[in-house]
Design a protein around this ligand. Structure first.
Ligand SMILES: Cc1cc2nc3c(=O)[nH]c(=O)nc-3n(C[C@H](O)[C@H](O)[C@H](O)COP(=O)(O)OP(=O)(O)OC[C@H]3O[C@@H](n4cnc5c(N)ncnc54)[C@H](O)[C@@H]3O)c2cc1C
Length: 461
């Protein structure tokens, strides 16, 4: 009797229900990651693929230290799992569910195909801490606003045990299939971007735990006050680790006495609330799956976006908008594969509410360039800022990037860090016509474009 453990975005040994349950079943186990190129290209942007490659490499090494082999096999997801499971007489497959809509379809398909072959599929959910189908309002409908959703989650919260990778009793079964090298997923050797990302990030489970502990030690005590200041290290930077399941929200929250009548500090609870924004994003995706490319609030489908926006979109992507904080943020993204939450909001607002470019274009760019690109969070973030999502910023809230910079980066720590040509931008967006041609000028008049946006939004109210 044999069990096959299948990995996707759960690249960790601890708090891993699929591994622990397979081992508890007291059968021989094998470990498998199927690299379905088409599926991974559809569901992972370039920066995601960079992370995946590094994280898989770490996972494989960690398993080797325990005398276990992670087989990384290239092929169509369902076909490959069924082929391996049948060929080597596995009677069950264990996996932690992947909540990406394309993986959900693939895992459903896998269940059907395994069943045809008399193989059982055991699925677990540690991508999230909530079960979206269980969190409903008094009338049995899904919540559409975050605050009551959070209140209900807090009321219902029960800490789940944090699982530890079993120390003994593992019977490993070797499967004899051609395993690919992780660098077939993202070839670092021909990619300059890889060298840049390596300066900022260390993928893998150990690094995830370390980031959490460092954050608890150095920044959590005043998180609520500094989380909005992009020039400081005020947030946890756990997002890519969570994206790839190198750490679970369950592990993070287990460090707190979280319950309805908790006595946590405002900073601690605020941090937990942010983790619940991630839960909310997955919750909305579960109940309203059309949000991946359409506005949650359907009336905004008719919003009048600009038509010929390629030039401005390209300038936005390259950090050449002439607006200091926007360009700094876009440089941060291109340079490090990450952007601070405050500047994600500022750049997204500028794209959708000043340049009037569809939010889907910005979502696509973030999806390709963020190491933490995550379908649920990214879509929710973009819809929230552009005013068409659940709980969205009201349409008339249009960030003024100059005021945002004054408020959140008053000493220009952030803009100076990410703009090599900081001095070519003038103060407060005012430009003297006699200034030299190297002066960065805004590609759009902030006031006029704001008024056009307001008018177009009010037309569809
Ligand atoms: C336009 C836009 C696009 C975004 N795209 C993504 C994305 O692709 N992937 C992603 O993980 N987050 C996304 N976010 C949310 C947020 O910006 C990041 O989660 C956060 O900046 C990550 O930094 P951190 O880990 O230091 O966060 P912390 O402040 O330390 O928060 C801890 C964790 O809580 C979760 N979290 C925090 N803020 C949010 C939020 N607003 N929405 C949902 N979850 C949150 C994240 O998992 C984060 O790692 C987006 C936000 C906006 C406005």
């Amino acid at each position: 009797m044999r069990s096959l453990v299948l990995f996707s975005n759960d690249l960790r040994l601890n708090d891993n229900d699929a591994i622990n349950s397979a081992i508890q079943s007291n059968k021989e186990i094998s470990l498998l990651f199927v690299y379905d190129k088409e599926l991974y290209s559809k569901t992972h942007g370039s920066a995601n693929l960079w992370w995946l490659e590094k994280s898989l490499f770490k996972l494989k090494n960690n398993l080797e230290k325990k005398n276990l082999t992670l087989n990384i096999i290239s092929g169509q997801y369902t076909e490959t799992v069924v082929k391996v499971a049948s060929k080597y007489n596995f009677d069950s497959v264990f996996l932690n569910e992947n909540k990406h809509p394309d993986f959900i379809k693939e895992e459903e398909n896998l269940r059907i195909e395994l069943k045809k072959n008399g193989i059982q599929l055991h699925c677990f959910n540690k991508t999230n801490i909530i079960n979206p189908s269980k969190i409903l309002n008094k009338t049995g409908e899904p919540f559409k606003v975050y605050s009551p959703f959070y209140k209900k989650c807090k009321f219902d919260y029960v800490q789940q045990k944090v699982l530890v990778f079993p120390k003994s009793n593992i019977k490993h079964f070797t499967i004899d299939e051609k395993s690919i090298d992780t660098n077939e997923i993202f070839s670092s050797s021909n990619n300059k971007w890889s060298a840049k990302l390596e300066k900022y990030w260390e993928p893998g489970e150990e690094s995830a735990i370390k980031s959490m502990k460092d954050f608890f030690k150095t920044s959590l005590f005043n998180y609520k006050d500094v989380r909005d200041i992009p020039g400081t290290l005020g947030t946890s930077r756990l997002s890519p680790h969570l994206r790839f399941g190198e750490i679970t929200t369950n592990q993070i929250i287990s460090n707190f006495e979280f319950h309805e009548n908790h006595s946590l500090s405002k900073h601690e609870e605020h941090f937990i609330k942010e983790l619940y924004w991630r839960e909310f994003a997955y919750y909305i995706l579960f109940h309203f799956p059309y949000v991946v490319d359409k506005p949650f609030n359907k009336k905004y489908e008719n919003f009048e976006w600009e038509n010929n926006y390629e030039t401005n979109l390209s300038k936005w992507k390259k950090g050449l908008t002439g607006i200091r904080i926007v360009d700094a943020a876009m440089n941060e993204l291109w340079e490090s594969g990450w952007m601070h939450n405050r500047t994600r909001m500022i750049t997204a607002s500028f794209l959708t509410k000043n340049l009037l470019i569809p939010w889907q274009e910005g979502e696509k760019w973030f999806r390709d360039t963020l190491v933490d690109a995550d379908i649920a969070n990214n879509v929710m973030g973009w819809q929230w800022v552009s005013g068409c999502g659940t709980d969205a910023a009201p349409y008339f809230r249009i960030f003024n990037p100059l005021l945002q910079e004054k408020k959140f980066d008053p000493e220009n720590l952030y803009t100076k860090k990410w703009l090599k040509n900081f001095d070519s931008y003038s103060e407060e967006g005012k430009y003297d016509l006699l200034e030299n041609e190297n002066t960065m000028r805004p590609i759009i008049d902030l006031g006029k474009s704001r008024n056009i946006a307001l008018e177009r939004f009010s037309n569809i109210k």
